[in-house]
Design a protein around this ligand. Sequence first.
Ligand code: MG
Ligand code: ZN
Length: 376
Amino acid sequence: MNIKTLLFAIIIFFGCTPKNATTNNQNSRTTPTSSISKVMKTKPKNIILLVGDGMGLTQITAGMYMNGNKLNLEKFPITGLHKSYAYDNLVTDSAAGATAFACGVKTYNGAIGVDHDTIPIKTILEEAEENGLATGMVATSTIVHATPGSFIAHQKQRRMYEEIAADFLKTDIDIFIGGGKKFFNNRESDDRDLYAELRAKGYVMSDFFEKDLEDIQIDKTKKFGYLTANKDPLPVAQGRDYLMPATLKTLDFLDNRSDKGFFLMIEGSQIDWGGHANNSDYIVTEMIEFDNVIGEVLKYAKEDGETLVIVTADHETGGYAINKGSTRDSLVTAFTTDYHTAVMIPVFAYGPGSEAFSGIYENTAIYDKMKSAFGF
Ligand code: MG
Ligand code: ZN
């Protein structure tokens, strides 16, 4: 044990953290001598960013009580808050919100991977690709919707779904699973068959129409794209059930795919849609499904030991409140809007590099912290 390591162990023993320490492995706090090497490990190999669209503190709270007063989110050692506002509006939309995470810039509502002058900005997913990492995205909206779109595409407006789909050809994303089949091979603006183009680039392409995701053995020697619906996938309450198997298959696929690691974005897309619909049951069912997936991701990260997991939202939706008369089994809820709000948004982090996520910061800092955790 060298001097630096010994000093660190002593500091941990007395229960305080040195000002400049950039890591805090929770497990090592209780067993400093047995896993001291893990304490010193500040850089994650992999980052998994989970975005619960529209998942404000009330959405989390409602999901927690309706799930028997527990959530996997409670297992995260580090929590923080981010300021979600956009460049041109205190109330962000999902495009500007996701572009802040993906690119580290505040931009206008509707912008997909471009700054407020519509200049394309390289995303963390593209940077991961450039640095030799494997990459993936899983969403319960279409895969060309604002949140996943902002990690892979550069377009002036979020509604340009066919242009966003075409941008998938410009990266080497290793795996993507989500809705929106029609934007790939039944397009209105041109006759391009993006399935054929992606296959020519080494992808296995499949979809709900061809085969159930659960029945597919993904060929790890190829890249993989799977479309779960023609347009928007169903709400979980109406039978959508792919987020868990998609996540598990994606983790298995990305695990050790590159010795440099991987970047994976998973979106619980429809918590937001429950908020827009002012439908508390919709919010709660989507929230609980998302939290179940968070639990499995956390399990993976705990076993792996080199994975940083970050869970946050782009914004809150609905001005959702839990009011007087509520019990732990039955909530009396209300909404102030059918759109998003500007309230600060919780961030949860686990794993090497997680300590950087405590405190209050801009949504763009999520990008900065991920980039510095990767060491790009
Ligand atoms: Mg979204
Ligand atoms: Zn929304």
